[in-house]
Design a protein around this ligand. Sequence first.
Ligand SMILES: [Fe+2]
Length: 233
Amino acid sequence: MAKKVYELPELPYGYGDLAPDISEEQLKIHHQKHHQAYVDGANAILNKFDSRSGMEFDVKAVAKELSFHVGGFVLHKLFWENLAPAPKGGGEPTATIAKYIKRDFGSFERFKQEFSQAAISTEGSGWAALTFCRGTDRLFITQIEKHNVNVIPHFRVLMVLDVWEHAYYLDYKNVRPDYVGAFWNIVNWEEVNRRLEIELLSSGLNLVDNRRILDMKLEEFKENFDDWLETLK
Ligand SMILES: [Fe+2]
């Protein structure tokens, strides 16, 4: 049976479509050079796994490389998908994600301020992330250092902002706050909401063996997400 490898995903828009917030030149080099480098790095590790018999195999070193390169590959894919050109991109969230943001942060403005602060203050290279914990049914803003440090295993990533210098230096030089400000013009809230709803739905389905809990979950959905529940029928 053939084994799969990582592949560079196509962007869901053209290279020039996010300008002026992210220029064509910046987006092209970020996607074609930097994201590609993580694809190549991850595949080189897969190659090590596939050819390890008969050679010295440093599990600790390979495991560390794996988390870095695969983390870089996955986070970039999530990043491209949670961006969109205007008029789809930007504005304020609606639907389920809007309700969660209001409940957990008080207001969208407050959330925006905290997320921006997380992005601006990420030390060195890394990411700001909006995540969801299904165990506590809460949203959390987290900072990921590099591509793999401070990652909480079961937290679903709903939205990320790449704050590596390679993401913005051509357009914004060293002024990261301006890049973070521009990010809000191109957030694809529909995609962020879709990720949250999939997580909510799958957490309900995982409880299928326990009918009582499943029913209780559905009751919660009925109370809080009438619109969303309609789509399940
Ligand atoms: Fe990047």
